[in-house]
Design a protein around this ligand. Structure first.
Ligand SMILES: Cc1cc2nc3c(=O)[nH]c(=O)nc-3n(C[C@H](O)[C@H](O)[C@H](O)COP(=O)(O)OP(=O)(O)OC[C@H]3O[C@@H](n4cnc5c(N)ncnc54)[C@H](O)[C@@H]3O)c2cc1C
Length: 342
């Protein structure tokens, strides 16, 4: 197929910010308004417009164009084109870290694998505690040599843990090797929201983590399953125990009680960066990814997920895009032009 920039039917504009989808009085999308170097430009579509700004920014683009919840549009002084729950029902994969300590060689004693040679996050596992066989938890385990710089780096750059949590994990790693596990909640029942307060500022992300108490139960059960590892012969051989994170908010609770782990989950639970569902199929778009109540407008990104996949989101987004390409070809050029890779 060649490089995208060599394709005659593709133009890529860099440093271009789509600010609005142009929708005419018949509720048909006819183009986009785009800011380039501070100047407003209009580009018109010969067939249709596709919004693909991701689960956080696509809602802003739709709201700016009159597609959103009527009350949200009214608050911004925008006329309603289609009253839809845009930005609602945000879903995300959150994770909590569970860190086990170990005397020397915790990562090298396994007969089949030397954990030192496996880079983060190559190890991955999935398990179901719900009795259905569909995994509800993912584990991303990794091993840290004594005094590894990992937590210092990840705390500052990836995890957004506060200093209390980071310094306690770094301290634990000064005294022992660590076997750390990121426990990921794959199918949260909690929902958040992307709020558009103004068209001149960034969308606000309300994660809604643990707003449904069932998610505490699933995460706590997962934490307990991981802690059980310290009772295995392998981990007992390393005097392994749970590294206690410094969580002042949980200090009054009995350590290791269910209440403690709920508090722990609330304090440490953070994003795996998989936001989705903010323009979900069935609520904002139909099965062909077309925005309800507007002609010639589709959404093609993680916003359309009606529910979360049991794993990372990048490949499913690519599959949504592949499906969209097939739907578009089918609509405008007929079935015979769809090429399926065997
Ligand atoms: C730090 C991080 C790590 C991740 N790691 C993994 C991983 O290991 N595995 C995995 O499967 N997934 C991972 N993900 C998730 C994965 O990247 C996303 O699920 C996926 O990229 C979502 O695709 P999307 O098309 O919905 O949105 P995006 O990939 O976010 O694409 C949206 C694009 O639209 C552009 N845009 C936004 N607004 C506008 C506008 N107004 N005008 C013009 N352009 C605009 C953005 O700049 C962006 O390029 C990670 C995400 C992050 C942030």
């Amino acid at each position: 197929m060649g490089l995208p920039k060599k394709r005659k039917n593709l133009v890529i504009l860099k440093n271009a910010l789509a600010t609005k989808i142009l929708i005419d009085s018949t509720k048909t999308a006819i183009g986009v308004e785009v800011e380039i170097n501070g100047k407003r430009n209009r580009f018109y579509a010969s067939k249709e417009v596709i919004a693909s700004a991701g689960a956080v920014d696509t809602p802003k683009l739709l709201v700016a164009s009159g597609v959103g919840a009527a009350a949200d549009l009214a608050a911004l002084g925008i006329d309603v084109v289609s009253d839809l729950p845009v930005g609602k029902d945000l879903q995300d994969h959150l994770f909590v870290p569970v860190v086990l300590t170990g005397s020397t060689d915790i990562g090298t004693a396994l007969p089949v694998v030397d954990l030192r040679t496996i880079g983060f996050p190559t190890l991955n596992g999935f398990f179901a505690l719900n009795g259905t066989g569909r995994p509800d938890l993912q584990i991303i385990p990794f091993y840290m040599d004594m005094a590894s710089p990992f937590f210092a780096f990840a705390c500052a750059n990836n995890f957004n843990f506060n200093d209390d949590i980071c310094s306690s994990l770094i301290n634990a790693n000064q005294k022992s090797e660590l076997f750390a596990i990121l426990l990921v909640l794959l199918h949260p029942k909690s929902r958040g929201e992307i709020k558009i307060r103004s068209l001149n500022s960034a969308p606000e992300i309300y994660t809604g983590y643990f707003s449904n108490a069932d998610d505490f139960e699933t995460v706590t059960a997962g934490i307990r399953r991981i802690i059980n590892l310290t009772e295995t012969e392998y981990f007992r051989g390393f005097n392994s125990e749970v590294a206690r994170a410094n969580l002042p908010a949980c200090d009054g609770l009995e350590y290791m009680s269910d209440e403690y782990w709920e508090c722990y989950a609330l304090q440490t639970g953070t994003t795996l960066y998989h936001p989705a569902g903010t323009c979900a199929m069935g609520r904002v778009v139909d099965a062909e990814l077309k925005v309800l109540g507007v002609d010639r407008l589709r959404v093609v990104d993680a916003s359309v997920f009606p529910s979360m996949p049991s794993g990372n989101t990048n490949a499913p987004v690519i599959m949504v895009a592949e499906r969209a390409a097939d739907l578009i070809i089918q609509q405008y050029y007929g079935n015979q032009n769809i090429v399926t890779v065997p």
